[in-house]
Design a protein around this ligand. Structure first.
Ligand SMILES: Nc1ncnc2c1ncn2[C@@H]1O[C@H](COP(=O)(O)OP(=O)(O)OP(=O)(O)O)[C@@H](O)[C@H]1O
Length: 573
């Protein structure tokens, strides 16, 4: 954007795996570029990219598998899948019931390429896929899975060269983040969209952070990319995130995994390193473990560190970890934020990565008198997009300012009473009305799904209502909703791409890494992802009550090889 290689009206497309990663990229670009440039940077998750293609060009999908415009997103449970299979009357010539029963859901939802006409099925998989599409589209409200959306998007591109051409004219540059986690169908869609186009394609990833093979990540993905896009490989050797001690642990660990791996260079080699930058804490019981962690963070906060500097990472089941840890944090008046906690059907992490949520929170901040580019810029960008603002035209910019002022004016009235006395649902709905719902939903294609849009709004108002009970003023409320001043708790998978001053990996034991013996590589990668989120310090904890380490010796040996001291805490330490 800044060098003029991507000239208006051309755009840059960035594709990430998680909503918050897509948001981080968007925020980083917004904070560096003027609104006109930043508004030409489209940052999607893979699912959102496929869905945006489908929603925009729905009418061009093949007839037999075209969902109605108000289709819902389907997350079939195992029981629903089995009920479907059991209800099939499978033709004997295709192998009968036994052949159908041997199929897995992902083989069916990923079946493709979707033809223009669904002719006589060639095999059992095609036959079951045809039945599955009928099943999903004939439900009282048609629902399809994200894999099916992906296939539909691919079919639209395949059968309509005009759509491919439009996409190629739109994007001069495409950036694919966390590329190691790309699945076969996601890659096929990308290839279908951009193969042999003039777009400059950049894929970034780290094979040591591959933790999604269970979800279909392809192990050969970088080779495919090299071949199909004639890519050149560049090694990113500098680590700008972590201090020298953490980088050394990373390097020791990588050398254990891949003896001929190239060492990472610490860009912060001259920075001070805390004395106890990494330790392995061992406890007899869960309560002792939770107490020590809470005590440690309490002391650190007393010493001036902020609660946001800490992340507690777990391998699995964040809700259970929250139940164990929460009482110890509550006793010390420290807020622990479980990013996976569901508020009216939306996980907190998802909610705060949502565009409309951030827009509303941004407007409330402006109404509270908070100033600064980082608050105004994103709001201005969205309202600018709604109004079709030409940022070079003073008249347009004036209109934009007036509209923003009008919305801020409404919110000033709404926030006159204390948060606990405010009806948050009315406030949220009121802002949407002031912004104008229709154009807002046109800009963000994900809101074409009405149920999703309503759910996000009700999750936000519920979260604001819940948080209002604990605060006295509006600024503290918005901080609480955004998670300022709170210690984070999340699974390793949800921590991808994020970074914290101090990372505490809670529960380094064989029951948390239950898949270690079966899938050592991926579990070691998960361990690596956790470790590499730390800027200054990383601790690992184990409570013997929760599980031993005999079956994950390999992981403990990695810590030993990196000279991470094991510290045993006897009761009362
Ligand atoms: N050239 C640079 N100079 C200074 N700081 C940088 C530079 N590049 C990145 N950083 C900082 O280093 C940290 C890590 O960068 P970034 O999040 O882009 O890493 P990443 O490669 O995506 O890591 P991962 O995939 O492990 O999450 C961030 O805090 C970022 O601001």
């Amino acid at each position: 954007m800044q060098t003029g290689l991507c000239k208006p009206p051309q755009r840059i497309l960035a594709i990430s795996f998680k909503k918050d990663a897509a948001k981080t990229l968007k925020d980083r670009v917004s904070s560096r570029c003027p609104a006109e440039q930043a508004s030409r940077f489209d940052s999607f998750t893979f699912d959102a990219f496929a869905k945006s293609l489908l929603d925009r060009f729905l009418a061009l999908a093949p007839n037999w598998c075209r969902p109605p415009r108000d289709y819902g997103i389907y997350f079939p449970s195992r029981d629903e899948w089995l009920d479907f299979l059991n209800g099939l009357d499978t033709p004997a010539e295709l192998g009968g019931e036994a052949a159908a029963q041997a199929l897995r859901l992902n083989q069916i939802e990923q079946w493709g390429p979707l033809p223009l006409e669904f002719g006589a099925p060639a095999d059992i998989r095609a036959w079951v896929a045809g039945e599955w599409w009928k099943h999903c589209l004939n439900m009282p409200q048609a629902r399809i899975t994200f894999s099916m959306i992906n296939r539909l998007a691919e079919a639209i591109l395949t059968h309509n060269p005009g759509v491919s051409r439009a996409l190629r004219l739109t994007y001069s540059h495409v950036f694919l983040d966390e590329f190691q986690d790309t699945t076969g169908p996601q890659y096929r869609l990308t290839r279908r969209a951009f193969h042999a186009s003039n777009a400059v394609m950049t894929a970034v990833g780290d094979t040591k952070q591959r933790i999604m093979t269970w979800a279909g990540a392809e192990s050969e993905i970088f080779d495919w990319f090299d071949e199909h896009f004639e890519a050149e490989r560049e090694m990113l050797q500098m680590n700008h995130r972590s201090n020298a001690r953490i980088v050394q642990i990373i390097n020791d660990l990588v050398t254990e995994i891949e003896p001929d791996a190239v060492e990472t260079i610490c860009a912060r080699a001259d920075d001070d390193v805390p004395e106890d930058a990494s330790e392995f804490w061992i406890f007899a019981t869960d309560d002792e473990e939770s107490e020590k962690i809470a005590d440690f963070i309490e002391d650190e906060i007393a010493g001036g560190r902020s609660p946001d500097d800490f992340a507690l990472l777990v391998r699995v089941r964040a809700n259970e970890a929250e139940d164990r840890l929460q009482p110890f944090f509550a006793d010390r008046d420290i807020r622990l934020r479980n990013e996976a906690r569901s508020i009216a059907g939306t996980a907190i992490q998802e909610l705060l990565a949502d565009e409309v949520v951030n827009l509303i929170l941004g407007f409330i901040r402006l109404a509270l008198g908070v100033r600064g580019q980082e608050v105004y810029r994103p709001v201005q960008e969205i309202i600018g997009a709604i109004l079709g603002t030409d940022f070079e035209s003073p008249r347009d910019v004036k209109r934009l300012d007036e509209r923003s002022r009008q919305i801020v004016g409404f919110l000033k009235q709404e926030t006159a009473a204390p948060p606990a006395d405010t009806n948050m649902e009315a406030l949220v709905n009121g802002v949407i009305e002031a912004i104008e719902e229709r154009p807002l939903r046109r800009i963000f294609r994900q809101y074409e799904d009405d149920r999703y849009f309503r759910q996000i709004l009700s999750s936000l108002s519920e979260f604001m209502t819940e948080s209002a009970a604990e605060v006295d003023d509006w600024r503290t409320l918005i901080d609480a909703v955004e998670g300022k001043g709170q210690v984070r708790l999340m699974t390793v998978h949800k921590s991808k791409g994020l970074e914290y001053h101090t990372v505490i990996f809670v529960g380094l034991h064989q029951n948390a890494f239950w898949a270690y013996q079966r899938n050592q590589d991926e579990e070691t990668n998960a361990f690596f992802v956790a470790l590499s989120r730390a800027r200054e310090r990383v601790y690992f904890t184990q409570s013997r009550e929760s599980g031993g380490t005999a079956r994950i010796r390999g992981l403990v040996e990695l810590l030993e090889a990196a000279d991470v001291p094991a510290v045993e805490f006897a009761d009362g330490d």
